[in-house]
Design a protein around this ligand. Structure first.
Ligand code: FE2
Ligand code: FE2
Length: 191
């Protein structure tokens, strides 16, 4: 059974791969045609889905553990959650933008830079501190919760939902179901 660092690490690797791919283009400015732009739009929607699920389960399960176990954990968690909230706002604008609009590329470029900084903060500043203190058993249990939580987690950013674990746990599954229904109706879940 994978521990929480492995589970979240897989997500980070996948998100970073998507960021590299999107950064490489092509974009409208570098000559992408209609099909390539449509594919770019779908990739961005996939990125938004992955990112929304990932941050939601971190906020439900990971940051509470950091706050509880790490000395200065509140400061670390507050900083990271603020980064996550700012990113949700960008993604909420991006979800409605079209890949042929300048605004789409501006929002995406902002998100790419912020996401890399956020992932580096988690992996370099937070994970080593938590790793020292968490038991192997608890790390596995958290990994299980994070993995299970992702199955019903929101697939859209919801920047106006307070990022508090109790609120997310209460609202998360219903929001996740509603998101998936909307994704189905709008075709957002189609590759
Ligand atoms: Fe995060
Ligand atoms: Fe993360």
């Amino acid at each position: 059974m994978a521990d929480v660092f492995t589970v979240l690490g897989h997500d980070h690797t996948e998100v970073k791969r998507m960021l590299d791919e999107l950064e490489a283009g092509p974009t409208r400015a570098t000559g992408a045609g209609e099909d390539a732009l449509a594919a770019r739009g779908r990739k961005v929607q996939r990125l938004i889905t992955e990112e929304s699920k990932h941050e939601a389960v971190e906020e439900e399960y990971f940051w509470p553990a950091v706050r509880r176990l790490v000395r200065g954990g509140d400061r670390l968690a507050d900083h990271a959650v603020a980064q996550e909230q700012a990113a949700k706002q960008v993604l909420d604008d991006l979800i409605a933008a079209q890949p042929w609009q300048d605004r789409f590329e501006e929002l995406l470029a902002d998100f790419i830079a912020d996401a890399r900084e956020h992932i580096a903060f988690e992996e370099e500043q937070v994970w080593p501190r938590l790793r020292e203190l968490i038991t192997a058993e608890r790390a596995k249990e958290l990994g299980r919760k994070v993995e299970a939580g992702k199955r019903l987690a929101p697939t859209r950013p919801h920047p106006n939902t307070p990022p508090r674990p109790a609120v997310l746990k209460a609202a998360g599954p219903m929001v996740g179901v509603a998101d998936r229904m909307l994704d189905r109706v709008t075709g957002r879940d189609r590759d």
